[in-house]
Write a protein that binds this ligand. Structure first.
Ligand code: CMP
Length: 153
C-alpha cells in the first residue's frame, strides 16, 4: 500500500468542485485517511513548492495557492501515487487528456484544481508538511474484498 498527498487547490474550493473530485477518488476505491480545509501560508507554499521558488511563475503560484483555502488529503491505495497522477492528468488543463480531472474540469496551467505528489519521496515529505502523524486515521475498509482479488497485494 502507498500513501500520497492530494491538495484540492483554491480554484477547486471556489468553483465548488471539491465533491466532484473527492467522488472520483472514492469511486476508484481509494482510501481517504485524512482530510482538512486550511489556508496555505506563504512559508508553507515556499516549502511545498521549494523546487519552483526560483521560477518566474512562482510569485503568481504563491498568490494563487495562498489566496483561498485548500483541502489537504492523505489518500491510500495500491500504487496510489501513480494512479492519482493518472487520474489528475497533465499539468495544464489545456493539455490534460479528456477523462482526467484536469482534462475534464480545468482550462488553465496554474488553476489546475488538484495537486498530487509525484513520487514516493515527495509523498512522504508533503504528507509531513500538511499532517501530524496523529491526524492520519488508518483503517481497514470493509469493502476491500469487493475491490480487488486476495492475491493483489
Ligand atoms: P502542481 O502539480 O501543484 O505543481 C506545481 C504547480 O505550479 C502546478 O501544479 C501549477 O499550478 C503551477 N505551474 C506549473 N507550471 C506553471 C507555469 N508554467 N505557469 C504557471 N503556473 C505553473
Amino acid at each position: 500500500m502507498e500513501r500520497t498527498l492530494v491538495l484540492l487547490k483554491p480554484d477547486c474550493v471556489q468553483r465548488r468542485l471539491m465533491g466532484a473530485v473527492i467522488r472520483r477518488f472514492e469511486e476508484k476505491g481509494l482510501n481517504i485517511l485524512a482530510m482538512k480545509m486550511m489556508h496555505v501560508t506563504p512559508d508553507l507554499a515556499r516549502e511545498h513548492y521549494a523546487e519552483h521558488v526560483d521560477k518566474p511563475f512562482y510569485p503568481g503560484l504563491e498568490a494563487f495557492i495562498t489566496g483561498a483555502p485548500v483541502v489537504a488529503m492523505v489518500v491510500e491505495g495500491l500504487e496510489v501515487i501513480g494512479v492519482i497522477r493518472e487520474m489528475v492528468g497533465a499539468t495544464s488543463g489545456l493539455k490534460a487528456a479528456a477523462g482526467t480531472i484536469r482534462g475534464d474540469l480545468s482550462s488553465s496551467r496554474q488553476m489546475n484544481l488538484v495537486h498530487a505528489s509525484d513520487g514516493a519521496e515527495a509523498a512522504q515529505r508533503e504528507i509531513g508538511l500538511y499532517f501530524r502523524p496523529e491526524e492520519i486515521c488508518s483503517y481497514e475498509p470493509t469493502l476491500i474484498p469487493w475491490l480487488k482479488a486476495g492475491d493483489e497485494a
